[in-house]
Design a protein around this ligand. Structure first.
Ligand code: NZQ
Ligand code: ZN
Length: 383
């Protein structure tokens, strides 16, 4: 196991009706900017709960943060936050609204010329407007981490950044808010959760038996609950379990002392930037192809995963790896995602572009051996 230094300061308030606790969590007298997305919260009753919980606070609203939040939209919110002298940000929505709000929190206090530098160049930020969240979609884990992904359409970019300043002060997770989610988003979230675990697990081994078992346990539980959700989408308990798994998959605990491979995500982000394909769907497309390409380096873990999680037997390693990849695709299909390069509009020209963009930024993977050539090869192996 590698050395590590880990702290997760996010307060999690979990359960049905907990949105009513907002006024216990936001300092009295704060001027709050509430950020939201395309309007779902105004149709499903979440907004009404937030508004009544925050009666008496001075509130400014910023609506319209789109999926894969765009820099141009977020900069409008930054201007508003500065003009209104906001001292607390409350994100009410999915990962996109929350990620966008994380960017707003640091961009509004940034002293340099261009806040995009925070994302693209890792420019130093010393201050942020404190933020909290009412997370409405189980997928990204953004509610309990200090990461955000921001897109800039005009430059064909979708890039992640991280900073301890953007840890939410709290996140309210009310599983009941997920009943209004379209099926498509539920599937996306389950795949995103699966792949987050895998990016921190499917690497070369570095002797992390506890973290391995935690990751395998999370995936086993996720597969069980996903099957139950299919059988009864109205089961609150199942929705609660799936939400907590999504949070856990990317709250940092799984990767302490470990090595990580975020190549599937980085390739997926570029595919979204080029084609607009949902985040979860790009991951379902790339992950099996990447495992196939890196079957040697990831072989020990692929075999361990196949044996422990899918119960695959036999002694032929190549065959176990093939079966592990097939079982993973079958799980994605069971939640309704059968990815298709053609259907997503991923042409050969886009594959070359994506490979070049990634190659120009350096090498990906736990062994830093995935560059332009390998990304292109992986994309050729996609279905
Ligand atoms: O915009 P509204 O109207 O709110 O509708 C949203 C949106 O259309 C809708 N939705 C959310 N909660 C709902 C709901 N509809 C009905 N009922 C609810 N309770 O769902 C749609 C998708 O929302 P979005 O926030 O885009 O989805 P998600 O949570 O999957 O976030 C995706 C973004 O997060 C980034 C992705 O790259 C992508 O930009 N990620 C962030 C990470 C992080 N911060 O740690 C890690 C992830 O790997 C990921 O990259
Ligand atoms: Zn993800």
């Amino acid at each position: 196991m590698n050395s590590f230094d880990y702290c997760n300061p996010v307060r999690i308030v979990f359960g049905e009706g907990e949105i009513a606790r907002l006024s216990d969590l936001i300092p009295k007298g704060s001027k709050i900017m509430i950020t939201s997305g395309g309007g779902s919260i105004f149709k499903n009753g979440i907004w009404d709960q937030v508004k009544s919980a925050l009666a008496g606070y001075d509130i400014v609203e910023f609506k319209g943060i789109e999926p894969n939040p765009q820099y141009s939209t977020l900069m409008k919110a930054v201007d508003l936050a500065k003009k209104e002298k906001i001292d607390f940000l409350l994100a009410v929505g999915g990962g996109s609204v929350l990620d966008g709000t994380k960017f707003i929190s640091v961009a509004a206090k940034y002293q340099g010329e261009d806040p995009w530098d925070i994302v693209e160049k890792g420019a130093k930020v010393n201050e942020a407007i404190p933020l909290g969240s009412v997370i409405t979609l189980p997928a990204t884990g953004s509610e309990m981490n200090c990461l955000a992904v921001v897109s800039r359409k005009e430059q064909e970019k979708k890039l992640p950044f991280g900073n301890p300043l953007i840890f939410p002060k709290f996140s309210i997770i009310d599983p009941a808010v997920t009943f209004s989610l379209p099926e498509r988003q539920v599937s996306n979230g389950i795949v995103d959760t699966f792949v987050h675990v895998m990016e921190q697990y499917m690497t070369h081994p570095v002797n992390t038996p506890l973290q391995d078992r935690q990751a395998e346990g999370l995936i086993l539980a996720l597969m069980e609950e996903a099957a139950k959700l299919k059988a009864d989408p109205n089961d609150y308990q199942v929705r609660a379990n799936i939400f907590w798994m999504a949070t856990w998959a990317l709250n940092g605990w799984l990767n302490v002392g470990n090595v990580q491979c975020w190549a599937t995500h980085m390739i997926g982000h570029e595919l979204t930037a080029q084609t607009g394909t949902d985040h979860g769907r790009t991951l379902a497309l790339v992950l099996p192809a990447l495992w196939n390409h890196k079957r040697k380096e990831k072989g020990d873990k692929l075999v361990q995963f196949g044996q422990r999680v899918f119960g695959i037997t036999g002694s032929d390693r190549d065959s176990i790896v093939d079966q592990t990849i097939a079982a993973t695709k079958a799980f994605f299909a069971s939640v309704g995602i059968v990815p298709s390069r053609k259907e997503y509009g991923i042409t050969d020209e886009i594959c070359r572009k994506v490979a070049k963009y990634i190659g120009d930024r350096g090498k990906l993977g736990d062994l830093k051996n995935i560059g332009e050539k390998e990304v292109y090869e992986i994309l050729q192996l996609c279905d």
